[in-house]
Design a protein around this ligand. Structure first.
Ligand SMILES: Cc1cc2nc3c(=O)[nH]c(=O)nc-3n(C[C@H](O)[C@H](O)[C@H](O)COP(=O)(O)OP(=O)(O)OC[C@H]3O[C@@H](n4cnc5c(N)ncnc54)[C@H](O)[C@@H]3O)c2cc1C
Length: 564
């Protein structure tokens, strides 16, 4: 069954659940009225259904390949990239001064999720460009902005982010790439970066690499890192392409999935680069791109989940076993209902995070900034975990045909698996949540829990059973949050971090389902909320119990005993 972008679902969420009306009421985003937003979603949906979705299987069967030093992308990717670029989808959120549409992040996130469901391998390319555009807007000099942003925004050039090195993965501070001043304001960047998404390709004229490297005498660790813009071709002042830079692709990775996306080992040999942001302020500048990408990766998970769900549902309606199609069997209903309810929760959490980012931009309010910071790791990890779980359930719904590649069910699972790994593994996201994001003593979390409980109070007369369950879950999360912030042993917090993050997502999911049921009572939204709140929300109890155990039992076995 062909993928259909869930345009109406996004409209419902934006108009009824995630508070998007507050965003379009700000002067910064007043152009994003409901009509305009709907028109944008419909156009994006068409692009996804008609242009991107047909490439999803092609990308898997014709992987990106390296030929004589040049990367060839799967057939059709070049045409689709041009359609994305010419439709303005790369520069959706970018500054109009450079050709962008200045759309709110909530709308950008919706479009990105739909593109991910249609063809994840290709969607990584615009996602990288959007992040780089935001980083350059915030941290680059006016000359760099004027030269690069119009090209990136128009999709004439593409973008990459280069953090990872063989010895420096999660521990970015261990990186050893170097940058030497050339004496003319540029730098010579040298080093090897691995796993670079869309590090090279044949769909656009130039590739702009943002590279983390260390200046001479810089301190060790993350404090000593600076950020450089290293183009594949060095542009002339008028934007035409000049000499080829000394950066090359060493090889492409052979991956579990995501075969259409070229994941490259890149070698920089005294390549000419320009400093972005402050010397030794590279991590702060790169974090602008990374935060953007983290929310985007959560949306990738949800997008693939949507595609896998549509695929599984269609199969379950046709496949007969016993007297009926398998969709009539309770266990298959359990799988499909869980998939649908979790997709809704993950999508609504991602959009809630995007709304917080928009409100922080539009108002400058510290509370909205704290809300966005709190929700980013949850949106990233829960969105990607949901992608993995739903794609896995999709295989199960297909039975043996799920394990056979030609149905396509397995590809969703292979493709989406990486979303829990890149952009900071989900373990790192959870640690970020319980450490940095709780540095305010849990204040941002408590403010959110207050809102959840106010909503539950309001729902008590009309939906008493659902409201009570959400209120109780919120109180349990509050108690756990109090325990967490009072725990001074960081390793004890870290031992429970993944469970705490998932419990937080479960509770948020309950709240956002309740809001949907309140907005559309008595129909399928309420039925889905009931399914989620009765069957999935209770998971938070076991998760919160685990979150507070501490680390001792994890180290109860010695390394020798683990190996025995
Ligand atoms: C397809 C693909 C595309 C990618 N694209 C890019 C890209 O465009 N640019 C880029 O720079 N990188 C990219 N990456 C790299 C990716 O971001 C890293 O793989 C990721 O950050 C994890 O680093 P690592 O692989 O070295 O794993 P490691 O850091 O070795 O982690 C291994 C395991 O240990 C855990 N771990 C590590 N440190 C800690 C800690 N302190 N506390 C608790 N647990 C810890 C991790 O959570 C993980 O489970 C890509 C990777 C893949 C597979």
């Amino acid at each position: 069954m062909p993928y259909r972008a869930p345009v109406e679902e996004f409209s419902f969420l934006l108009n009824n659940v995630v508070g998007f009306d507050e965003v379009s009421a700000t002067s910064m985003f007043e152009a994003a009225s409901p009509d305009v937003t709907q028109a944008v979603l419909v156009e994006a949906g068409k692009l996804c259904d008609e242009v991107l979705a047909p490439l999803q299987r092609i990308g898997d069967m014709h992987p990106a390949r390296l030929e004589n030093g040049v990367v060839r992308t799967p057939p059709g990717f070049d045409v689709a990239w041009k359609a994305i670029a010419q439709g303005g989808w790369v520069g959706m959120a970018a500054d109009p001064e450079f050709g962008g549409m200045a759309l709110p992040m909530a709308v950008t996130s919706a479009v990105n999720e739909m593109m991910s469901g249609a063809c994840l391998s290709l969607q990584i390319a615009p996602l990288m460009a959007q992040g780089q555009i935001e980083a350059l807007q915030h941290h680059a000099s006016d000359e760099i902005k004027a030269l690069y942003l119009p090209k990136l925004t128009a999709g004439e050039w593409t973008a990459t982010m280069n953090l990872t090195e063989p010895q420096a993965g999660s521990d970015v501070g261990a990186l050893s790439s170097k940058a030497q001043p050339n004496g003319d304001g540029t730098y010579a960047v040298t080093g090897q970066k691995i796993y670079i998404s869309w590090g090279d390709h044949d769909v656009a004229d130039n590739i702009c690499h943002l590279v983390l490297a260390r200046l001479p005498d810089a301190p060790a660790g993350t404090k000593g890192i600076s950020l450089f813009l290293v183009p594949k071709f060095i542009p002339n002042a008028d934007g035409t392409l000049g000499a080829q830079n000394t950066v090359k692709v060493v090889s492409l990775e052979h991956k579990l999935g995501l075969h259409g996306s070229p994941t490259a080992v890149m070698q920089y040999d005294a390549a000419t680069g320009w400093l972005i942001g402050e010397k030794e302020g590279g991590m702060a500048a790169m974090f602008t791109m990374m935060n953007n990408a983290r929310l985007g990766v959560g949306g990738q998970g949800t997008g693939v989940a949507e595609a896998a769900y549509q695929h599984a549902l269609s199969y379950a309606r046709e496949r007969k076993q016993g007297k009926s199609a398998i969709v009539e069997h309770a266990d298959v209903r359990r799988m499909l209902g869980t998939m649908k309810a979790d997709i809704y929760a993950a999508r609504a959490i991602g959009l809630t995070c995007a709304v917080a980012i928009d409100m922080a931009h539009a108002t400058g309010s510290a509370d909205w900034q704290a809300r966005a910071a709190l929700l980013t790791p949850i949106a990233k990890a829960f969105g990607s975990d949901t992608g993995i779980a739903v794609a896995d359930a999709g295989i199960q719904v297909h039975g043996g045909m799920g394990f056979v590649e030609e149905t396509g069910a397995a590809q969703f699972s292979r493709d989406v698996r990486v979303t829990a790994i890149y952009e900071g593994t989900n373990g790192i996201q959870a640690m970020d949540l319980v450490a940095r994001k709780m540095a305010d003593n849990g204040e941002a979390a408590h403010r959110l829990l207050d809102e959840i409980e106010a909503c539950a109070e309001h729902a008590k007369t009309t939906l008493p059973e659902l409201a009570e369950a959400v209120w109780q879950a919120s109180e349990s999360l509050r108690e756990s949050t109090e325990w967490l912030v009072s725990e001074r042993d960081m390793n004890a917090r870290f031992a429970g971090a993944t469970c705490y993050l998932r419990a937080f997502a479960r509770v948020l999911g309950g709240y956002l389902h309740l809001k949907a049921a309140l907005a559309a009572p008595g129909g399928p939204r309420e039925a889905l909320a009931r399914l989620y709140i009765r069957r999935l929300l209770p998971e938070h109890i076991a998760l919160l119990a685990q979150a507070q155990i501490g680390a001792d039992d994890l180290y109860g076995l010695t390394l020798e005993e683990l190996a025995a």
